[in-house]
Design a protein around this ligand. Sequence first.
Ligand code: HEM
Length: 224
Amino acid sequence: MAMSKLTRQQITTFLTDMFIAASDTSTVTVQWAMAELLHHPDKMAKVKAELAEQLGFKGFVTESDLSKLPYLHAVVKETLRLHPAVPLIPREVVADDGVFLGGFHVPKGTGIVVNLWAIGRDENAWPRPQEFIPERFLAAGQEVHSSMVKEAYRPFGAGRRVCPGMEYTARSVPLLLASILHRNEWRLPADGDGVGLEGMDLRDRYGTVLNPATPLHAVLVSTV
Ligand code: HEM
């Protein structure tokens, strides 16, 4: 439909959809990355060490710094593997003869839901699929890759409807995460105030966007 024919209501709906697609997905991904890092202090230490080594006492992180932070990018990728912000995507078979999926004939017109969450945790593609291992996305960690990884890493969907915000997100989410972490110390709430490391709830709660079942509660301890 030509832009000039859009009603005010359609434009409002479009802008609202874009806003939700862009903002909720990015913020929940940063929240998940923080939750996983707080749950894995050794990985948190590695990100912080990389930031300190590359940026020193620089006051704030800029986009041009991102190319120097491979471990940070690996953390974001691993976060999206375990917690894809959009977990289920709908498709419909349009081929006249239908398609074959997993040995079954699926006729034209059938609705299909692709489960990105399950693909990211497929044990045929990912060694130790339930564990948070950013190293699997680093060159040095490629021995933990399988040949299926390219197909099994689809947090932004695939094909003609692939997320148009993918490239933007590849910069904005690491930038936001780095800005939160660089020169800031974070911890879980102290005993009595929160759940502690062992009791952390890292389950996902299904919705249009995949939120943590229990919202993250983190404490900013100090800024150095
Ligand atoms: C962590 C961040 C994000 C994730 C995980 C994500 C994931 C996805 C997924 C899985 C889809 C469905 C793709 C498909 O059907 O194959 C999608 C669609 C979409 N995304 Fe994102 N997205 C993110 C950020 C963004 C941002 C920042 C924007 C806008 C600037 C955006 C705009 C859209 C739009 C407009 C669609 C619908 C595309 C269509 O149906 O043709 N997304 N996204």
